[in-house]
Design a protein around this ligand. Structure first.
Ligand code: NAP
Length: 313
């Protein structure tokens, strides 16, 4: 099979397609023929060496997959060959998803919603579960609450806008002007272009801030948060000084670390059947992984970026 292998940390050019032996599924696992692979910022951080989450190279990056079960072991009862599945298996251990074939625990996969093709299904798990876990498991968002999202037009943010709306919240979306129509179409009630306006001056108090950008935005958001509110960060999880400042302001600090929660993924699949908009800005072939990483590492994607093994196109 073909896989995007990296043999050293470095710039995107270290990502190269090689022929590898297919992985062998063990009991409770299935072998998935991958039709599409979601690309996430964490993979760019790992590739560069800035965040060595899966150890030293060589390795194959990637978690988000959508594809077809090719082989099921005798002890694996959840899926049969031919089933269409998606998920983010094994995260944060290596899943080696930038490949034609992936061996994955069946428990980490769910049936692909018919409403999504493989490209859009592969874009959903990691970003969607991050949004779901931040808003529901951590913030406990309730109908009528006001939720502000920094990075509302990106992979996690565009799904968070929709999940917050589905929960009955009033959503304030913060993004660049180029994304205004996009996030409003997703249901955002208010929009702030961070390049020309200051959310601190323009936004009435909110109950929840979800920060997907960092760089001091969490701290600045304290001026906008109601006492008793929640700040959920996806980017400053281990910042003890930030946590102390947030708690001193009477606001709860919560840090999301996404995991492959099967029940939440089933919920996201059901939302997709009901019209959740998973937006893919661009697809790339497997051998264009360096270009995909350049785009994602640039930090201004609208929705998601997806790799499509060329053998499937
Ligand atoms: N902790 C976890 O478990 C977890 C899980 C997933 C992601 N993350 C992290 O969360 C971050 C976002 O992930 P993602 O996949 O959504 O990334 P993404 O797709 O790159 O989206 C980031 C978005 O932020 C916008 N942005 C940049 N500067 C901004 C600013 N000052 N104010 C408001 N928006 C701004 C960008 O576009 P515009 O500038 O054009 O608006 C872009 O749409 C990444 O750092 C990622 O590593 C963490």
């Amino acid at each position: 099979m073909r896989a995007v292998v990296q043999r050293s940390f470095g710039d995107p050019s270290v990502l190269r397609v090689e022929e590898l032996d297919p992985p062998q599924p063990i009991p409770t696992e299935v072998l998935v023929r991958v039709h599409a692979i979601g690309v996430n910022p964490v993979e760019a951080f790992i590739r560069s060496g800035a965040f060595p989450l899966i150890g030293q190279p060589p390795f194959v990056l990637g978690w988000d997959i959508s594809g077809v079960v090719e082989e099921s072991t005798p002890h694996t009862w959840r899926f049969q060959p031919g089933d269409e599945v998606f998920g983010m298996p094994l995260f944060p251990r290596a899943a080696s998803a930038y490949a034609d074939l992936v061996a994955a625990p069946a428990l980490n996969l769910v049936r692909k919603p018919a409403a999504l093709d493989h490209v859009h299904a592969a874009a959903l798990p990691l970003a969607g579960l991050t949004a779901y876990q931040a808003l529901h498991d951590l913030a406990g968002v309730e109908a009528g609450q006001r939720v502000l999202i920094h990075g509302a037009g990106g992979g996690v943010g565009h799904l968070a806008v929709q999940l917050a709306k589905l929960a009955g919240a009033h959503v304030v979306a913060v993004a660049s002007a180029s994304k205004e129509r996009f996030v409003q179409a997703l249901g955002a009630d208010e929009f702030v272009d961070y390049q020309s306006r200051d959310f601190v001056e323009e936004v009435d108090p909110v109950d929840v801030v979800f920060d997907l950008v960092g760089g001091g935005l969490a701290e600045r958001s304290l001026a906008t948060l109601e006492a008793g509110g929640v700040l959920v960060t996806g980017v400053a999880r281990t910042d003890a000084a930030l946590r102390a400042k947030v708690e001193a302001a009477g606001v709860r600090f919560a840090a999301v670390s996404v995991d492959p929660d099967r029940a939440a993924l089933e919920t996201l699949a059901a939302f997709a059947e009901d019209g959740l908009n998973v937006h893919v800005e661009r697809t790339f072939a497997l051998d264009e992984a360096p270009e995909a990483h350049r785009l994602v590492a640039g930090g201004h994607v609208t929705g998601k970026v997806v790799l499509v093994p060329t053998s499937r196109t």
